[in-house]
Design a protein around this ligand. Structure first.
Ligand SMILES: CC(=O)SCCNC(=O)CCNC(=O)[C@H](O)C(C)(C)COP(=O)(O)OP(=O)(O)OC[C@H]1O[C@@H](n2cnc3c(N)ncnc32)[C@H](O)[C@@H]1OP(=O)(O)O
Ligand SMILES: O=C([O-])CC(=O)C(=O)O
Length: 379
């Protein structure tokens, strides 16, 4: 048994500094670059928040215009990638398709290994712009339809919806997508951001690092939880079944998906914002069944788990909003990735400026030493 102190799951370990995000997990408060998440969700756009995360300050009008135009110019996918995406298996999970497409983008970039600051910034913008195009194109292809080319006159959120559904979205739908993307754009050193930065700390290329980030986000303990919440709703089936479903879950020591968080021991402020929008779309567009089941799970599971610091997280209500916007549950985590790419690239840029040391933790050795080597034929 080791006498060294071990931070299981790396909980509470500080390995660098960051000015991108502040989380007060006890009080349920979240800030990006010093700005309250609720203010950003209400007043901002995904482009503005991405600028904030990459530059550390809100843009001027001119800066925002230049940044947005740059993103627009980088939206289109290389034709070779689109051709390749047509051959992805139709039943492959969209997160696997995204992971593969990002990796392919790296192969198609003749300057893939350039880790100079300017190249890194340019590639970051390209990835932020192209994530939406990749996810929308994969959605269309899985539906047996042709991908839709991006439109330069639409905002990032509106263009993502347009490329996904083939319809120009209303102002209300665009706002809903902007809010969802803003809320999920950044969250400190969560598992996928840490994975991406740890990979990048070896001075591998940014596509490899982001491919690793996508892989990490896919898991149901992390970004994959939003899909798992919708499956959980399906399993429960009706508000009347919540109590017996919960009884079984507690007895089998299961987990309520979309609840609990490593940092928040209070209500996740993003869940509060999404709950408000979920309640609006539930009433207006008839997703009241899913919403009602979630409210009842929140009430009944809350009575058991809130005293242990387990509350709804960002993934709890987001699916109701995505469903309303026309996405099947397999696309819930890819939408998260379309948002989180700004946090991943922002942290990679920040880490290269602040630290840029190889990330390499350690484990306390609990094996044996000096064992005599026994030849194979004598074992
Ligand atoms: C975008 C995001 O990544 S947000 C998180 C998305 N993930 C989910 O919603 C999946 C469900 N939640 C969970 O599995 C966890 O809360 C995590 C993985 C997010 C965080 O977990 P950790 O901080 O590592 O806590 P850990 O897994 O050690 O759990 C601590 C205790 O709380 C319990 N617990 C944690 N979450 C839940 C939950 N959702 N339902 C029931 N019990 C829970 C655990 O069973 C454990 O109990 P024990 O001490 O009696 O064994
Ligand atoms: O911070 C975390 O551990 C999980 C995460 O990415 C988020 O909540 O957005």
């Amino acid at each position: 048994m080791s006498t060294q102190t071990i931070a299981r799951g790396l909980e509470g370990v500080l390995f660098t500094e960051s000015a991108m995000c502040f989380i007060d997990g006890q009080a349920g408060r979240l800030y990006y670059g010093g700005y309250k998440i609720q203010d950003l969700a209400e007043h901002s756009t995904f482009e503005e928040v991405s600028f904030l995360l990459l530059h550390g300050h809100l843009p001027s009008k001119l800066e925002l215009q230049g940044f947005s135009e740059k993103l627009v110019s980088l939206r289109t996918l290389p034709p070779v990638l689109l051709e390749s995406m047509r051959r992805y298996p139709k039943d492959a999970h969209p997160m696997s398709a995204l992971r593969t497409a990002v990796s392919e983008l790296g192969m198609l970039d003749a300057d893939e290994d350039n880790v100079g600051p300017e190249a890194l910034y340019e590639k970051s913008l390209s990835l932020i712009a192209k994530f939406a195009t990749i996810v929308a194109a994969n959605k269309r292809l899985r539906e047996g339809l042709d991908p839709i080319a991006p439109r330069a006159d639409l905002s990032h959120a509106a263009n993502f919806l347009y490329m996904s559904t083939g319809k120009e979205p209303s102002a209300e739908e665009t706002k809903l997508m902007d809010v969802a993307l803003i809320l999920q754009a950044e969250h400190g050193f969560n598992a996928s951001t840490f994975t991406a930065v740890a990979a990048y700390s070896t001075q591998t290329d940014i596509y490899s690092a982001i491919t690793a980030g996508v892989s990490s986000l896919k898991g149901p303990r992390h970004g994959g939880a939003n899909e798992a919440v919708m499956k959980m709703i399906g399993e429960i089936g009706s508000v009347e079944n919540v109590s017996s479903w919960l009884e079984n879950l507690v007895a089998s020591k299961g987990r309520v998906m979309g609840m609990g968080h490593r940092v928040y021991k209070a209500y996740d402020p993003r869940a509060g914002v999404l709950e408000k929008y979920a309640s609006i779309v539930a009433e207006k567009h008839g997703h009241s069944k899913e919403y009602a089941i979630l409210k009842e799970v929140e009430r009944q599971a809350g009575a058991i788990y809130n005293p242990k610091g387990i509350y709804p997280n960002v993934d709890f209500y987001s699916g109701v909003v995505y469903k309303d916007l026309g996405y099947d549950l397999e696309y819930f985590t890819p939408i998260f990735a379309v948002a989180r790419i700004s946090g991943w690239t922002g942290h990679i840029l920040e880490y290269t400026k602040l630290d840029n040391r190889l990330l390499r933790p350690d484990a306390a050795y609990i094996g044996q030493l000096d064992l005599p080597y026994v030849p194979l034929e004598q074992r």
